[in-house]
Structure formats: structure tokens, C-alpha cells
Design a protein around this ligand. Structure first.
Ligand code: PLP
Length: 391
């Protein structure tokens, strides 16, 4: 019998990929499936970005790049953060990584060990907890509550910090609930964290441009007192419809940058070169496609919320960010994962059960509205009919 380190018995995964595989298998058998499960924009990568990658290949950019990424791209990331938030970022503290996930992998690996505690949002992106458990650290959930508009509470978060806390993971705008934490609350948290100088912060801001109703993003990089311990996670996957390109970036404090650079050298060498040129075009080229995509998401958001609230036993607050709705389904009498599975196997609507995002996800399902209005309408008719029939 082969034995492995215990971490590999604890590592989890993302059920969204299993749902996607099941949805594809059912579709291959001829079943009509509407996929509101997976969290990726349904738009193609904008043409100018795709062309930049093709040009990079033709121009001979086929070799290794520096492990941290090509300098013009790191400079473009710094300029973009300055333009959008007025924060001063040194390109020598930016690393280009193969996807947003890689930053959480690196940060959690750096701080997680038996005896350590790491705070993470629940419901939240499932890989946070999985990676924390992998390292042997204790996962400490930060409750994300519907009654709080699915924002995190500064008070509740600060109260969870102990002398064992090494890292706090924050995510706004958030997956899976679509919550956006208001600036006043982030200010309160930042002020409180000044009393905990040994706690690092991983701020997952991958949905920072996916905001509605005039909401403005607050980056954790904008708090000077925290700058020496904030790790910013961001990337191109969602904003530029580039999930399959595997592209992300992070900004690291001085004390950690060389460690993550070495991890890159050991694990992935560099991000594939043509993708980095595409990322450069994404940041420096026209941004119209982002605005068009967001206008479409906004219309779908309103549609999905209206239709959900029209289903007996279902209620859904209006999400302020990302492209997810997180309806409360308690009054239908269904357990969330059972309902998600029944909706897929029965009427052919793929969603994700809330518990796949943490224990506080029971009573909710996640719908990604990265799908056409026609499909959203049809999916919600199917869901309503199904729930009425099984009442
Ligand atoms: N962070 C959050 C909150 C996400 O929802 C996702 C993807 O769904 C990621 C990070 C990972 O992004 P990527 O596909 O770039 O690895």
C-alpha cells in the first residue's frame, strides 16, 4: 500500500467541476441542460486580447519568461491598480501566476501548519478551506450572513482572531453569495487589524470590476498601515472572460515576495508566454468589452432575482457583485444539495448546493447567471414547475 502525507487525505475540491462534468455527461446523453452551475463568463475572450496572444506566438514569444512574469505586464498591473484605486504598487512586488487560485495556494501554504489558525469566509470559495486543511492548520470560518447582505462583519471577524491566527482570507465582491462589503465595514476591519500586527491578510479581489448599482470597490491595498502584510489576489479570468487561459496576478509584501518567486521557480517556472502578452493587451487595450459584459450581467441579475422571488418558498436578495445569485430555499423544505442534484437530474438545470461552499451554505443554492436571458428564463420556469410539482 502506498502511503502519502496526511494532507492528501484532507485535501478537498470544488464541486462546481463535478457538477459541470455531470451536466456535460447528461448533455452527451441527449438531455437538454441549462448550466447555471459553473462560475465563468459565457462571453468569448475579447478579440483584441486573443489576437495579442496569436501575435505573440508569431513574434516568437515561445520560451520561458522570468518566473515572476514579463516586466511590461507587471508594470501594466501596477499602472492599472494605480489608475483604478490610486494605490502605489511596485512592479517588483507583482507576480504573474497561472490563475487566481495559485495565489491562494501559495499564501495558504506559506502560513498554514499544524497549530496555526486561518480565518476564511463561510460560505466561501471552497478551495480556501481545502487548502487550509491540507496544510494541517485549523480552518476558522468567518460567517457570511444573508441578514448582513452577505457582507462580512468586521466585528465578528476581529473577534475570531486568537494568538494562533496567522492569516485572514477576505473576499469581496464574493463568491458564492454575490455580497459586497461596504467601505465603512472594511475600514473598521482594517483599523481593528492594526492591533494584530502578526496576522497576514489574503484579499481575494478577483471580482473587483464586477459591481452593480454604482458600488465602488475597496481594495485592501489602500490601507497604508496594512501594506506590509496584505497579499492581493486578482487576475483576468472573470473580468476579461479568460478562465481557460489560466492567468492571475498577485501583489506581495516585501517580506514574502522572494518566497513566492522561489515557489514559482519550483512549481511552474512561469506563466505561458503568449498568455502574458494577451494579459498585457487586456490591461492596456480598450475596456469596452468589460463594460458591455457588465451591462449584460446587470440585466440578467435583475431577471434572475425577479424570477427566483416569484417561486414559492424561494427568496433572493439582490446581489451587488460578481455573477451569482444565492437564493434562500429553506421554505421549500428541500435540503440544498438534494435540491441542486434533483434539479440537474430532473428538469436539467445545473446549480450548486450551498453546502459546497461551507456549512453556513445549507438552505441556499448558487446560480451563476453567466448565461443568456432566454436560458435563465427557461431554467427558472423549469425550477418553478419542478418545485410546484414536488410540494
Ligand atoms: N477566487 C474566487 C473567489 C473565485 O470565485 C475564483 C474562481 O471561481 C477564483 C478565485 C479562481 O480564479 P481562477 O480561475 O483565475 O483560478
Amino acid at each position: 500500500m502506498l502511503t502519502t502525507i496526511p494532507g492528501f487525505d484532507r485535501i478537498g475540491e470544488e464541486n462546481a467541476f463535478a457538477v459541470l462534468a455531470r451536466a456535460q455527461a447528461l448533455a452527451a446523453e441527449g438531455k437538454n441542460i441549462i448550466n447555471l452551475g459553473i462560475g465563468q463568463p459565457d462571453f468569448p475572450t475579447p478579440e483584441n486580447i486573443a489576437e495579442a496572444a496569436i501575435k505573440a506566438i508569431r513574434d516568437g514569444h515561445h520560451g520561458y519568461t522570468p518566473a515572476t512574469g514579463i516586466l511590461p505586464l507587471r508594470q501594466a498591473v501596477a499602472a492599472d491598480l494605480d489608475r483604478r484605486f490610486g494605490v502605489d504598487v511596485d512592479p517588483e512586488k507583482v507576480i504573474i501566476v497561472p490563475g487566481g487560485k495559485v495565489t491562494m495556494f501559495a499564501a495558504i501554504l506559506m502560513f498554514g501548519e499544524p497549530g496555526a489558525e486561518i480565518l476564511y469566509p463561510d460560505p466561501g470559495f471552497p478551495i480556501y478551506r481545502s487548502m487550509i486543511e491540507f496544510t494541517g492548520a485549523k480552518p476558522v470560518p468567518i460567517p457570511i450572513r444573508e441578514e448582513n447582505g452577505f457582507a462580512f462583519s468586521a466585528e465578528e471577524t476581529l473577534a475570531l482572531i486568537t494568538d494562533k491566527t496567522r492569516l485572514i482570507i477576505l473576499n469581496s465582491p464574493a463568491n458564492p453569495c454575490g455580497g459586497v462589503t461596504p467601505k465603512a465595514e472594511v475600514d473598521r476591519l482594517a483599523a481593528g487589524l492594526e492591533n494584530h500586527p502578526n496576522v497576514a491578510i489574503l484579499s481575494d479581489e478577483i471580482y473587483d470590476q464586477m459591481l452593480y448599482d454604482g458600488e465602488e470597490h475597496v481594495t485592501l491595498l489602500s490601507y497604508p498601515a496594512l501594506r506590509d502584510r496584505v497579499i492581493l489576489l486578482n487576475g483576468w479570468s472573470k473580468t476579461y472572460a479568460m478562465t481557460g487561459w489560466r492567468l492571475g496576478y498577485s501583489v506581495w509584501p516585501e517580506a514574502l515576495y522572494d518566497k513566492v518567486r522561489k515557489l514559482a521557480v519550483n512549481a511552474w517556472s512561469c506563466v505561458n508566454a503568449p498568455a502574458q502578452y494577451a494579459a498585457l493587451e487586456a490591461l492596456t487595450g480598450p475596456q469596452d468589452a468589460v463594460a458591455e459584459m457588465m451591462a449584460a450581467f446587470d440585466a440578467r441579475r435583475k431577471l434572475v432575482v425577479d424570477l427566483l422571488n416569484d417561486i414559492p418558498g424561494v427568496s433572493c436578495i439582490v446581489p451587488k457583485g460578481a455573477f451569482y445569485a444565492f437564493p434562500n430555499i429553506r421554505e421549500t423544505g428541500w435540503k440544498a444539495k438534494k435540491l441542486a442534484s434533483a434539479l440537474l437530474e430532473g428538469p436539467g438545470v445545473a446549480t450548486i448546493g450551498g453546502p459546497d461552499f461551507g456549512t453556513l451554505g445549507e438552505g441556499y443554492i448558487r446560480l451563476s447567471y453567466a448565461n443568456s436571458q432566454d436560458n435563465i428564463r427557461e431554467a427558472l420556469i423549469r425550477m418553478k414547475t419542478f418545485l410546484e410539482k414536488t410540494e
